[in-house]
Structures are given as structure tokens and as C-alpha cells.
Design a protein around this ligand. Structure first.
Ligand SMILES: Nc1nc2c(ncn2[C@@H]2O[C@H](COP(=O)(O)OP(=O)(O)OP(=O)(O)O)[C@@H](O)[C@H]2O)c(=O)[nH]1
Ligand SMILES: [Mg+2]
Length: 295
């Protein structure tokens, strides 16, 4: 790592001892510095043009992080902040920074994410945490990996139907060890049960809106991202992973940093994986694989 930092507000810069990272915690050598993950720049659409991509930002008390997150959106990307019962100023801060705010009173990551999907109007929809652990300026590279929009959602054009950001820690402490181990175990179970080869079930992801709606997702809690993967695979649609930077979140941790959150996530995921085992979620013939940064 060259030490350029990520621009993330919590990023203290590069570690003094990069070799101290666990092996798979190191960002890939060919990863472009985030400053290079260029927004659309000159190709800026007119002011009132419809969004190219709607970016769903589920939000529970992220007032501190939102200004940075919304500010990192490329031109033509619209922030849809789904306020999930925040008791801080999240909604007001989001509005003040130009985001569209949707209110979802039913608690749960999936409830918030799905409300954002239903509010989206762009052909392409992205999901990103609102805690500044991920950088929305990486989204165009992910969108570029998507297959062209299919007129018929049942069709299978070449290219990915779901692009997942594989989290790569930028500094030690971005990702607590217990969370990384749990994630690794989950990835292995997904591979065994469904055949989908993943390294991470990261929350940053992009897909076509019509495809996402066609999946008929039902989970409204922590299982939502996993159900999205399993249902995409069930249809035989291709899933691709690409490396994305993962920095320490801004604000208080709700899931991976708390015992309650971790147990809840494991419970929701296990239920879904049992559904695969019992045949309630079928395995498709999806090809999936990793895309290198810049592919
Ligand atoms: N946990 C949780 N997050 C929610 C909820 N509703 C919206 N969110 C948002 O969903 C995103 C993911 O939640 P995080 O708390 O970052 O969960 P995580 O990334 O697994 O773990 P930490 O970042 O370590 O807390 C954040 O932007 C939250 O604000 C909810 O009901 N529960
Ligand atoms: Mg987070």
C-alpha cells in the first residue's frame, strides 16, 4: 500500500507496519487509489436529468458520517437515504446535503434497504452503508461490470447481474477479527450450500433495478444481502466480486461491533442457508467469479 490514504474521515493513513496485516487483509497491489476512482467529471448530466444510478443508503443514526458519504457520490448518482428510525439528525443532514430521504419505520437493515429499492427510479441501483466505511466513488467501476439492462428479466445476457464489493481493509482495525472470521465461515457455507464462490458478503453492491425487483426478496433484517445472492443464483444469473476499500466506520457500530448484532446476523443468515438445504431456495447454474479492479 502506498500510503495515499482513502479520503475516509476516519482514516489515519497507512499503518507503519504494513506486513502486520493478515494476509487477506492487504488491499490488492493493483488497486487504484481511491482518488483515481473518478467521478463522471466532464460528462456531467444536466441538473434536472434523471439519476443514472440510485444509491440506497440505509441509515440508522449516521448523521456524523452522511456528509462525507453523500459528498463522495459521483455526478449523476442520487443518494436515497433511508432513515430507519434515527434519533439523531440523520434525515435533516441528508436533506441538507442534497439526498432524497425516505422514511422506513420498520426496523431492520433489510427493511431499510428494500424501502430504498422501492423508492429508486434509476435503471441501476447501488447499495452502500451510510457509515463511511465504504467509498461511493468506487461505484462506477462496479456499475461497469454489470451486464446491459435486459428488457426481459428472464433473459441471461453476458455479464454480471449482481456485482458485490469484496471488502479489503485499508488499515488495521477496519474490520474486527471476529467479524472477519464469521464472514469467512459464512462464505464457506454459502459455497457449500449454493455453489456460489464468494469471499465476502459485503453490503456495497450494484444491480439493475428490474432484476432486483424480480428477485422478490422477503428478508427484512440482516439476511437481506444473503437472500439477494441466493435468489440471484437461483435464477442462474452471474454474480461477480470486485475488491473495494473498507475503512473504520464513523460513529457507533450496530452489528459487527456488538454481540447482539452479530448474533442477530448469524441467526438471519442461518435461516436462509437452511432454506437452501431444504430446497426452499434452489441452486441455479450461475457462473460467478472475481473481477480484478479495473476489469
Ligand atoms: N444494524 C442496523 N443497521 C441499519 C438499520 N437500519 C439501517 N441501518 C444502516 O445499515 C448500514 C449497515 O449497518 P452497520 O451498523 O454499519 O452494520 P455493519 O456494517 O454490519 O457493522 P458496523 O459498521 O460494525 O456497525 C448502516 O448504514 C446503518 O445505519 C438497522 O435496523 N440495523
Ligand atoms: Mg458498517
Amino acid at each position: 500500500m502506498s500510503g495515499s490514504g482513502t479520503g475516509n474521515p476516519s482514516d489515519p493513513g497507512s499503518p507503519s507496519d504494513p506486513a502486520a496485516f493478515l494476509e487477506d487483509a492487504a488491499p490488492p497491489e493493483d488497486a487504484a487509489p481511491l482518488e483515481d476512482a473518478a467521478p463522471l467529471g466532464d460528462a456531467a448530466p444536466p441538473r434536472d436529468a434523471p439519476p443514472l444510478v440510485d444509491v440506497v443508503l440505509p441509515c440508522l443514526n449516521e448523521a456524523e458520517a452522511l456528509p462525507w458519504v453523500i459528498g463522495r457520490l459521483p455526478v449523476g448518482y442520487r443518494a436515497i437515504v433511508v432513515d430507519n428510525g434515527s434519533t439523531d439528525d440523520s434525515a435533516a443532514v441528508a436533506r441538507a446535503h442534497g439526498a432524497t430521504v425516505v422514511t422506513e419505520s420498520r426496523r431492520g437493515f433489510g427493511a431499510a434497504a428494500h424501502a430504498g429499492l422501492l423508492a429508486a427510479t434509476a435503471e441501476t441501483v447501488a447499495f452502500c452503508d451510510a457509515d463511511a466505511s465504504m467509498d461511493p466513488s468506487e461505484l462506477p467501476r462496479m456499475v461497469a461490470l454489470l451486464a446491459p439492462a435486459a428488457r426481459d428479466p428472464a433473459a441471461t445476457p453476458a455479464g454480471a447481474r449482481l456485482v458485490l464489493g469484496r471488502r479489503r481493509p485499508t488499515v488495521r482495525g477496519s474490520w474486527p477479527l471476529h467479524a472477519r472470521l464469521a464472514n469467512r465461515a459464512l462464505s464457506l457455507l454459502i459455497r457449500l450450500r449454493s455453489g456460489v464462490v464468494l469471499h465476502d458478503l459485503g453490503p456495497m453492491r450494484v444491480a439493475r433495478r428490474a432484476d432486483l425487483l424480480a428477485l422478490g426478496l422477503l428478508d427484512r433484517r440482516s439476511g437481506y444481502p444473503l437472500e439477494m445472492v441466493l435468489r440471484t443464483n437461483e435464477r442462474g444469473w452471474s454474480i461477480v466480486e470486485t475488491d473495494t476499500a473498507y475503512s473504520p466506520r464513523v460513529g457507533r457500530s450496530k452489528v459487527t461491533g456488538t454481540v447482539r448484532g452479530t448474533i442477530g446476523a448469524i441467526r438471519d443468515m442461518s435461516r436462509l442457508l437452511s432454506a437452501v438445504k431444504n430446497g426452499a431456495v434452489k441452486n441455479g447454474a450461475a457462473k460467478n467469479g472475481a473481477a480484478k479492479n479495473g476489469d
